[in-house]
Design a protein around this ligand. Sequence first.
Ligand code: HEM
Length: 474
Amino acid sequence: MATIYAAALVSLLGWRLWRFTIWPLFHPEEPRELPYWIPCTKHFNYTKEPFSVTLLGQTLYIVTDARDAAEIYKDSKSFSRDVLVHQLYSKVGISRAAIKRLFRADPQAPYNLRNAKALDPTDEMMAIYHQHLSPGLALDSFLDRDVIPRLQAALQDCEETTASLRHVCSQAFIKGFVASYYGGIIFDIEPEFVKWYLQWEELSWKLIYGLPGFLSKDMLTAKGKLVDAFLKYFSLPPEQRGHSNFWTDSVERSLRDVDLSNEDVARVFTMQTWGFLGNAHKVAFWLVAHLVKDRSLLNSINMEVAPATRGGRRLDHRYLADECPKLDALFDEVLRLTVTSPLVRGISSTSTIGGKKLQEGKQVLVVYRQLHFDGTVWGRSPQTLQSNRFLDDKALKSNLAYRPWGGGKTLCPGRFFARKAIFAFVACLLGHYEIHVDGAKPFPRADLTKPTPGSAAVADGDDILLHLSAKSEQ
Ligand code: HEM
C-alpha cells in the first residue's frame, strides 16, 4: 500500500514540476498557470500579467491589468460576448433553430431594411436599447411618463413606519421597471412576478454552473414562472396588453421578423428582463445603505437633492443629473465598490494580451474587483467608501481601472437610464421621509460567493431596517 502512495506522490510532484516549472520555461509567451487547484487571491498581489487556471479541465485566462482589459474591450472580434450569450440562450432552453437565427444577420429581415448595415437580431436588440436609452427626448419622456411615477408610487406605498431597505428597493425597481416595459397586465398574468424574479436572480448561478435538474428544482421553478408569464403576455395581441413601450415593441417585432415561436420569444424576453432588472435595485440598496449610515452625508445629499422635489412639482430628473455633484460622486464610488463581478469573454481567435498568447476556444475573465480595488489607482484604503473621491479627482471617472459599465462595444446601454432612475429614487425617498436607522447594527455584507452579473448581491439575511416618518408637504 505504501508503495502505491509513494508512486502516486512521485507522479504528482513530477507532473507539477513539469506543468508549472519546466513547461513555462520553454513557453514564455503563454500565460503562467496558477499552481493551485483552488485559485488563491494572494496571487493577484504578485503580478499583473495575464495568467491561467484550469478548472474542471477547462483553461481560463485571468486578466487583472487595466491596460490589458482595455485591449480586450478594443478587440470585440477576438474577444466576443456572443459565445457566452449563445451558451446562456441554450441553457435557458431557446431552441437550436432560434439561436441560429438570433446570430444570423439576414439583410432581407424587415427590421434590417432601415439599417445601413444588416444586423443579427442580438445586435439589433442592443441597437434598440441605444436608441431608447441614450440621453435625449426619448429617455426623458420614458422617465417622466413611465418610470418616475412608478418609483414614486412604490415609495408612497411604504405606509409602515419601519421598512426593510431590501424590500423597498426591490419592490420599487423591479415592479417599476417591469410595469414600465410591459404594463401592469404582467402582474395580472403573474401576481407574484417580483417574488419569482428575485428567486431566479438569487439562484441563476445554478444555471450558469450547469447544475443538474435534481439540484436546481427551485431555480427551474422560478425560471419557468417567468417564461410562462412572458409566454402568456406575448401570446396576447398587442392591443389587449393595455401598454406600449418602444423597446419592447421593437424587440418583439425583430424577433417575429425572423420567425421565432412564442415560446422562444418568451425565453429571450426572460433573459433580457434579467439584463435590465438585475442591477438597479442592488445599486440603489448599497447607495441608500451608505447614506443612512452616515448622518452628515445624508444631510448634505438631502440638501443637494431637495430642489428636485420641492413645492409639489413633478420630480426634476434633469436637475438631479446636472446639479448634484455630491450625489453623482457618491454614486460613482458606490459603483466602484459594488460592481465587482468579472467580465467574461469567449476567445474566437488566438490573440496576444499583455505579452501573453491567449488561445482560441478558451475563455478570459477580466477581474473588475481587482481593478476597482487596485491600491496604485485608488490609494491606501481602496476598500473603504470615500464619498468625495470622484469629486476630488475628476479624472478618476475615465481611469482605465474604473469599469462599472463594462467597456468597448458592449458598454452598458442602460447607464444613463440607471443613473437617472436611481437618483430619482433617492430624491423621492429623502423628499418624502425623515429616515432613521439603528446605528449599532453592522453594515450589510456583500455576497461574493456566487456569480452575479454586475453589482454584488446583499448577503443572505443582511438588510437595513428603515424607520420612516412622512415629512410634511413643503
Ligand atoms: C446600476 C445599474 C447597472 C449596472 C451597474 C450595469 C452594468 C453593466 C455592465 C458592467 C455591463 C457590461 C457587461 C459586459 O460587457 O459583459 C452591462 C451591459 C449591459 N447592460 Fe447594464 N448595468 C446597469 C443597468 C442597466 C439597465 C437599467 C439596462 C437596461 C434598461 C442595462 C442594459 C444592459 C445591456 C443590454 C447590456 C449588454 C450590452 C451588450 O452586450 O452590448 N443595464 N451593464
